[in-house]
Structures are given as structure tokens and as C-alpha cells.
Design a protein. Structure first.
Length: 420
């Protein structure tokens, strides 16, 4: 019978790697809660309309990359390609931003799904840490999200971080800049890729994000977005720059920086890091003040970011960064004989009830083989019981790091290990 393998573009996260994911997620939770964000969990699939209206029908994500299917009721369903639209839908559906002046700050983890060509750091199922903040239109909220993202990366140990920011401005500013791009790029249509030549009519901002050498060449000298900003958007960007400078955060203003979704307005940003080659972005975000209204809710300003976990772990590995391994020391119970094994079974339950990580080999292996298993499982302590210990009501506690052996009354072993 043929072996079944995982589909192309997805990966298994095996036990020798999963602890790194837990370490990153733990740091993310700690930092988000320091900044007073609370966790939200949304479904991994939504009605397809949500992403068509929210992300934009002309974006590559919606037009080319979504996993979309009809369920048994004939409804069009899409596996989420990104996190923001689902969070905004939840905010509206549960009336969390329905009242004037309502504020919400949330964070989330989870898989996103995009049908694209798999490559290093870009999988068809990828995982993301994201935050979203609603109800505050001021640049202070933009910068708070940037600082949270930066602190998260630094707590993980990531080095060589660079921050790029830009502003797409309000609706009028984006329309003006779209016209500027069309005027600048139209004479160069024959030089551009087919995709970008098509985007010139439908979504010219996306051309700036193309990595095709023909498009990169065509965009040389393109006017920066901030030249098309309204006075209000200029003030917003200037305030964000002032706040970043006051926080001693180095940054550069990149007038051609864009994000992949249509809902972005005003401030956008991207963090890049050493160790990822040409595709060096680890995460980014921006403001989306019109999205809630566009999805049927009350007009509510919003801003947030997303950070790919796979790309972050790749960058940390390339930089040789060791994540903190917050694992409980493992206690392994070793038995000599059936009666000792029965006694150890009862002690195993006592250790676990006390919150101690403990395990044992249930098969009748030799003492030597049981110690080999303990070493293979990277146990820190062994508790050994044989006929002598059974008769005296004791155990032998062995520290596998120091090789020290200590006889103990059985009733004291839990307290002794908790103290260690």
C-alpha cells in the first residue's frame, strides 16, 4: 500500500521543533498582555464574501491564492488567508465596537492558508501572531503597535532589525497616489510583467510590491506616496515619526512601501531582519480606518500587525539565537521487579498530581535498559525502586546531571523534588 504524505506546501511541526514554537508564542503572549491586549480566537474558515469585501477582489491573495469551496449547504467558504478581516467581522458581529468611543485591543495566533508556490519561509499553511487595536485614530496607537512588535522580536533575541514606514494616507490621498502611479507607469507598460501591466488598471499600488526584475526597473524613480498626502495625513505621519524618534526607535521612511491588502490607509510599516536573504521581511502592519464600515459595522479606526512564525524561526536559526526552553525537568521512574513497578505506578500519579513532569517505562525491561530510555528522553532525575527499597519504604533519587544518588523515605520524595 502506497505511503500517504503531507500535501505540498505544508509541514509537520515535530516534537524536537515544537518547543521553539511554544517559546515564541509564550513571549508573544507575555508582550501582548504587557501592552494590555487580550487574546481572541476566530474560525479558520469564513464566508468567502468577507475576504472579497475586506481584503479586496483585485489583490493576489483573493484573486489567485484563496482556498475556496462550497460546503454541503452550497455556501461559498474560504480558509482564512489572513487574520484581520475575521477579527473585524467578530468585532462587528458581537457588538464590541458598536458604541461611540468603544476601544478593543486583541491578539491572536493561528494558521492562514494561501495557494501559492511553496518556497523557503512561504508555505501554503503558515502561522501568524497578530494584534489589532480598534477605536483610536491617533498616531500613538500606530506607534504602540510598532513598539509591541519590536519588543516581541527583541525578546525573542532577533538581531539586525530594521523598520521601514510609509503612509498611504486617507481615501483621497490614496486616490491621488493611484493617479500618480498610473501616469508614471503607463508609458512603461511594455517593460513590465504581464501581471503588473494588468494591475495598472485594477490595483497599481501592488506593482510597487512586485519582485519581478522588469517591474523593479520600471518603478525606478517612482514618486513617493507621501507626496500625495492630504494635510491631515501629513500630520498623522509626522506625529508617528516624532513618537518613534522619542522612543529611540531607528526607522527609515520608504515612500514606495506598500502592503498586500486593499484595506490599508495612513501609516504602514515593515520589519526586516538579517538572515533571511532577499525575502527578509519578518512582519508588518498598518492602519485600516475604513475596514469596519466596509464590512457593515460602525465607522471605527483600526490598526494592527501580523508576524509569520515560520519566518521568525528561520531568522532566529540563521542568526544562531537560542530560544529559552521553559520545560519542566523530567523525572523518570525506574523499577526492578513487578512489585516495584506497581509501587512506582502509584508514585507516578502522586508526582503528576503535584505538577511535576514524570514518566516511566511500562514494559518489563532491565534496569540498564530503563536508564537508557531515561537518557534518551533527556530526564533530569531518576527515582529507583527495587526489592530493598520496597522493604524499607525508601527510594533512591538519582540526579542524572551530577550522578549524585540519595536514598530518601518514599513519603519525602515529592517534597524533595518540588524543592529542587
Amino acid at each position: 500500500m502506497a505511503q500517504i504524505q503531507a500535501p505540498k506546501g505544508v509541514m509537520d511541526i515535530l516534537p524536537e521543533e515544537s518547543w521553539k514554537w511554544r517559546a515564541v508564542e509564550r513571549i508573544a503572549r507575555e508582550m501582548a498582555e504587557v501592552y494590555h491586549f487580550q487574546e481572541i480566537r476566530t474560525p479558520i474558515f469564513e464566508h468567502t464574501e468577507l475576504f472579497h469585501r475586506g481584503v479586496g477582489e483585485t489583490t493576489d491573495v483573493v484573486s489567485k491564492e484563496t482556498y475556496t469551496f462550497n460546503d454541503r449547504g452550497g455556501r461559498s467558504i474560504t480558509l482564512r488567508p489572513e487574520g484581520t478581516a475575521g477579527v473585524v467581522r467578530a468585532m462587528i458581529e458581537h457588538s464590541l465596537i458598536a458604541q461611540e468611543g468603544a476601544r478593543q485591543k486583541v491578539y491572536y495566533f493561528g494558521p492562514n492558508f494561501r495557494y501559492e508556490r511553496p518556497q523557503s519561509g512561504r508555505l501554503r499553511q503558515h502561522h501568524q501572531f497578530g494584534v489589532e487595536a480598534f477605536g483610536i485614530a491617533q498616531a500613538e496607537q500606530d506607534v504602540e503597535c510598532i513598539l509591541l512588535q519590536m519588543d516581541f522580536y527583541r525578546r525573542c533575541g532577533l538581531k539586525g532589525l530594521s523598520l521601514r514606514i510609509n503612509s498611504l494616507g486617507d481615501g483621497d490621498s490614496k486616490t491621488r497616489y493611484r493617479d500618480v502611479l498610473v501616469k508614471f507607469l503607463s508609458p512603461k507598460t511594455s517593460q513590465m510583467s504581464e501581471d503588473s501591466a494588468r494591475r495598472l488598471e485594477t490595483n497599481p499600488l501592488r506593482i510597487l510590491d512586485s519582485k519581478d526584475p522588469r517591474d523593479v526597473e520600471a518603478c525606478q524613480g517612482v514618486p513617493p506616496a507621501f507626496e500625495s498626502l492630504s494635510e491631515k495625513s501629513q500630520r498623522h505621519l509626522k506625529r508617528a515619526e516624532e513618537l518613534l524618534a522619542k522612543a529611540d526607535v531607528p526607522f527609515s521612511v520608504d515612500g514606495t512601501l506598500v502592503r498586500g491588502f486593499d484595506y490599508y490607509t495612513e501609516t504602514i510599516w515593515e520589519f526586516v531582519a538579517d538572515g533571511l536573504g532577499a525575502q527578509n521581511a519578518v512582519g508588518g502592519g498598518g492602519r485600516y480606518d475604513n475596514l469596519a464600515e466596509h464590512l457593515g459595522g460602525r465607522a471605527t479606526p483600526g490598526v494592527g500587525f501580523g508576524s509569520g512564525i515560520e519566518r521568525l524561526l528561520m531568522a532566529l536559526a540563521a542568526q544562531g539565537v537560542e530560544l529559552p526552553r521553559d520545560a519542566k525537568p523530567l523525572i523518570w521512574l525506574v523499577s526492578h521487579g513487578d512489585a516495584a513497578r506497581e509501587s512506582q505506578w502509584a508514585l507516578l500519579r502522586e508526582l503528576r498530581d503535584a505538577g511535576l513532569a514524570a514518566d516511566m517505562d511500562y514494559s518489563p525491561r532491565s534496569i540498564k535498559s530503563q536508564f537508557k530510555v531515561a537518557d534518551r528522553e533527556t530526564a533530569r532525575f531518576c527515582i529507583v525502586v527495587g526489592e530493598t527499597e520496597l522493604a524499607s519504604g525508601t527510594v533512591v533519587l538519582k540526579d542524572l546531571a551530577t550522578r549524585e544518588q540519595t536514598p530518601l523515605p518514599r513519603g519525602e520524595v515529592v517534597g524533595k523534588l518540588k524543592a529542587k
